[in-house]
Structures are given as structure tokens and as C-alpha cells.
Design a protein around this ligand. Sequence first.
Ligand SMILES: NC(=O)c1ccc[n+]([C@@H]2O[C@H](COP(=O)([O-])OP(=O)(O)OC[C@H]3O[C@@H](n4cnc5c(N)ncnc54)[C@H](OP(=O)(O)O)[C@@H]3O)[C@@H](O)[C@H]2O)c1
Length: 294
Amino acid sequence: MILITGATGHYGKLTINFLLNNGVPANQIAALVRNEEKAADLKQLGIELRIGDYNNYDSLVKAFTGIEKMLFISSSDIINRETQHLHVVNAAKASGVQHVVYTGFNGKNQSESSPLWLVSKSHLNTEKWIKESGINYTILKNTLYMDFIPMFLGETVLKSGTIYLPAGDGKVGAALRAEMAEATANILSSNNHIGKTYSFANPESFSYGYIATYLTQLTGKSIQYISPTAEEYVQTLTTLGVPTDFINVLSSFAVAQSLGELDSTGSDLETLLGRKPTTIQTFLSQVYTTATNP
Ligand SMILES: NC(=O)c1ccc[n+]([C@@H]2O[C@H](COP(=O)([O-])OP(=O)(O)OC[C@H]3O[C@@H](n4cnc5c(N)ncnc54)[C@H](OP(=O)(O)O)[C@@H]3O)[C@@H](O)[C@H]2O)c1
């Protein structure tokens, strides 16, 4: 039995669909969910629902009973993530899970000096706990979801003609979330990945300067890229009334990118997919030449 945690989220649902496409029978898949109502579609597919919350160790021990392989999708609760993840690893050990596949983070700076330390610290500690547990593991170092690039560009990028981010000339090897989920399902569907760490990234990284140039060519509208200092950026967005937490997320990823921390590329994703991952050019064409973005 393969259990998918975070099964009501994007990555979890995508992975379950790819597992089914790979021919894994629905009755061999279980989904960890904390809200059964949110998982009605999974139940409909014949997936067994296991109720559990990362905050509740006992619920996890119960939910993981009889599970051989588990996709451990990292929590979206960054503040409480370390405690939650320790619960998950300890519960997996206590329940006799034999193989944990973990969605980690592909950041180059693994020290406190990183603007993304809050994000990466919990991932690095989780990887350590998984390895120390003695459970067979596969670590996925996931790059930034390419799906989030429009969020960084801003909703009005085509109207304003400006990309405004403190990312300098830094690049990111972002990849589509769905393709990382597909590669994950390919790993879960076979038995050849124990002890491996994969770097999920696009073979080519890109900068926001490049995106501005490409969008200009693509849409015929002049798009400029302005890279302010982090302080100017925070000040400007605060004045515009953007919530502080959101500004901090955008700013820390952009600054990390300016420092080269997200410039990971590699062939692991391509190898596991059996084809080239979607490029930024294809993605931008799909997003910015549709009827909703005239
Ligand atoms: N690489 C990237 O660019 C990137 C970007 C964003 C996030 N991430 C990380 O990747 C993970 C998966 O991404 P996603 O897009 O699938 O995120 P998502 O759609 O927000 O899904 C998060 C999943 O985690 C579950 N979850 C949250 N807190 C939980 C708890 N206390 N106990 C049990 N389950 C809990 C959620 O359950 P509910 O449905 O009940 O809320 C949901 O199923 C995220 O959680 C985050 O750690 C990566």
C-alpha cells in the first residue's frame, strides 16, 4: 500500500492521478487527509482515506498502519513545520513504514545566511531525521514551482509593462509542479530509487530579465524589468497595501534568486519523466497568450 500525505493539496492530487495512470490500482493507494470532505473526489476514485494531522502524532501512527511506501509531502505550515515533520518521521518509524519519499527543497545555500533559511532549515532537518530513522528513503530536492512565476510577475504585468522584483540577474531552474508530481509517481511506481536524492529542476534556468525580453517578443507589448533593493521593494509593496507576510515570501525568494541560490539545473527530472520538462518559453506562451490575457 502506498500512502500519499498532503493528498488534498495540488502535489498530492497530481501524484495520485499519475500513479493511477501508471497502472497502480486505486485499492493500493491510501491518502492522508485531515478533512474527509475535502477528499470526496479521492474516495470516489476508490482511494482509501486515512485521517491524520501532522500536529497529532497519535493520529499519524494510526493512519500509517500497514503502509509500505509513503510519499511525505512537506507541510504548507512553515512556522510549525519542524515539529509536524518530526511527528511524521517518528510515526512512520513506529508504524513500520518501509520507504519514505520526501519532497524537500532545492536551494543552493544550506546555511543560516540564506534569505530562505526559514524554508530550507525545516527541509534539511527533516531529511536528517528521515536518514537517522533507518527507514529506506528517497529525497526529492524540489525547485520553485514554475506555476508560481506569474505570482512573482504580478497580476497586471502586461498592463503595467513592468516586472518589479529584487532578483537582480539571478536565475531559477523552476519546473512545473505537475511534472515534478509525475516524476514522483514514477519513483513511487517502481522499486529502484532507495537511498537516492534527486534534484528536481529544469535543465535550463532563467532570470526575470530574460522573462521581460521573452514576454515583449511574445506579446508585442514592451515589458521592462526593474530590480530594486530589497528595502525599496518592501517599502513599495507595503505602500500599495500588500500583506506583509506575502511581501516577505516574494522578497525572500527574489533575493535568494539574486544571490544565485535558486540557480539549480540538472537532468534528474528529465530522466525520470522520460522527456524534456516544459520550458519557461512554453509556459509563458500558455499563460500569456490566452483569451484572459489579451
Ligand atoms: N517548490 C515550491 O515552489 C513550493 C511552493 C509552495 C509549497 N511547496 C511545498 O510543497 C508542498 C506541496 O505543495 P502543494 O502545492 O501541494 O501545496 P498545497 O496545495 O498547499 O497542499 C498542502 C497539503 O498539505 C496538507 N497539510 C497542511 N498542513 C497539514 C497538517 N497539519 N496535517 C496534515 N496535512 C497537512 C494540506 O491539507 P489541507 O488540504 O487539509 O489543507 C494539503 O493537502 C507544500 O506543502 C510546501 O511544503 C513547495
